[in-house]
Design a protein around this ligand. Structure first.
Ligand code: DQA
Length: 144
């Protein structure tokens, strides 16, 4: 199988994983998740770029860059922007590659407003409630 390239985008407050609501999001930091995901994919020929921002416009710009790059799929946890951002939805709609939306928590078991996901309209697959496994499984879903 030829080498595959992925970008993983993480939205606001995910830079604070590990200390942020550990009862909901677990105790692993974003760096822990990156390392575990990369280690678990060692047997595959993959290249993964990780990007995190707390700023909506930076996420839009990153998605725009991806639309002119040659990656195989985008894995995105838009975090709270999933529930509010038409701008991120519109940017995702411009992509012609698979978009795997991930959420660490099962948002349907939480506050009502988290059940609305604007960005999901542009997502090929949505994985939620799997904790940090979602990143590994999201990438793996594009390798089978
Ligand atoms: C989240 C769920 C969102 O509702 C929340 O705003 C987040 C994280 C998750 O990974 O479970 O920041 O996307």
């Amino acid at each position: 199988m030829a080498k595959k390239s992925f970008t993983v985008i993480n939205g606001p407050n995910l830079n604070l994983l590990g200390t942020r609501e550990p009862d909901v999001y677990g105790s692993e930091t974003l760096d822990d998740i990156k390392k575990q995901t990369t280690d678990r994919l060692k047997e595959f020929d993959v290249e993964i770029e990780w990007f995190q921002s707390n700023i909506e416009g930076e996420i839009v710009e990153k998605i725009q860059q991806i639309s002119s790059s040659k990656i195989d799929a985008l894995i995105i946890n838009p975090a709270a922007y999933s529930h509010t951002s038409v701008a991120i939805l519109d940017a995702l709609k411009m992509l012609s590659i698979p978009v795997v939306e991930v959420h660490l928590s099962n948002t349907h078991h939480r506050e009502e407003f988290r059940s609305t996901k604007l960005t999901a309209k542009a997502s090929t697959i949505i994985m939620e409630g799997l904790g940090s496994n979602a990143y590994y499984m999201g990438i793996k879903s594009q390798l089978i």
